[in-house]
Write a new protein. Structure first.
Ligand code: 5GP
Length: 190
């Protein structure tokens, strides 16, 4: 998506260690108009897929998923929590997710009340790097018996290999900006 690529070039900051900072518009301060256009693009790509639920992971995925959901009719957004809060109850699906940015492992949880057989899920997240977050979310869908229609990613750092790992599992992945290379502050898109 040209608009997102241009915004990454304009406002993205390469921090080294494979981290791209986009907190000017995507995951701290949020450009709602841009997120709305991204949501429209995923809706176009997944048209006719009969999505019943958008699944994401806290925290950065939530805003992106909620704005995208406006383009998917009455589809609710469900987000995996990174810790088991006392009000989630005892009945939940869980999976381990290694966090690329924090360097720790989270036991992510989703209440069994909100995901199950009959759901056709679109997973949305801000970044795709090594694919750990997605592996945990797909594992939760599998445990719930929910069908995965596909994945929508804002920024895929393709060279890190996570996207192709998920595609090799037979899961459709649509990334709106795909980075081929990030070196010395220069970003090259696929
Ligand atoms: P993965 O699990 O695919 O290795 O990494 C994806 C997760 O790590 C995303 O949920 C995202 O929050 C975070 N992440 C990975 N790479 C970056 C990055 O370059 N910049 C930012 N801001 N977050 C990232």
């Amino acid at each position: 998506m040209k608009l997102l690529e241009e915004r990454i070039i304009k406002d993205g900051v390469f921090l080294g260690n494979d981290i791209l900072k986009v907190d000017n518009f995507l995951n701290h301060q949020i450009d709602v108009a841009l997120l709305d256009k991204m949501g429209a693009e995923w809706a176009r790509l997944y048209e006719g897929e009969k999505i019943t639920k958008i699944l994401t992971i806290e925290a950065s995925g939530i805003g992106i998923a909620c704005i995208a959901a406006r383009h998917f009719g009455s589809c609710p957004v469900l987000f995996a929590k990174k810790s088991k809060s006392s009000n989630i109850g005892d009945d939940f699906y869980t999976a381990k997710a290694y966090s690329f940015t924090h360097g720790n492992v989270n036991d992510i949880v989703v209440s069994k009340k909100y995901l199950g057989k009959g759901d056709r899920v679109l997973i949305i997240d801000d970044f795709l790097a090594n694919g750990e977050a997605l592996l945990a979310l797909t594992s939760i869908c599998n445990k719930a018996g929910a069908e995965i229609a596909g994945v929508g990613i804002a920024v895929e750092k393709w060279y890190q290999g996570g996207g192709d790992k998920i595609r090799d599992m037979g899961i459709r992945v649509e990334s709106l900006a795909k980075i081929k290379k990030m070196e010395d502050g220069r970003i090259e898109f696929c």
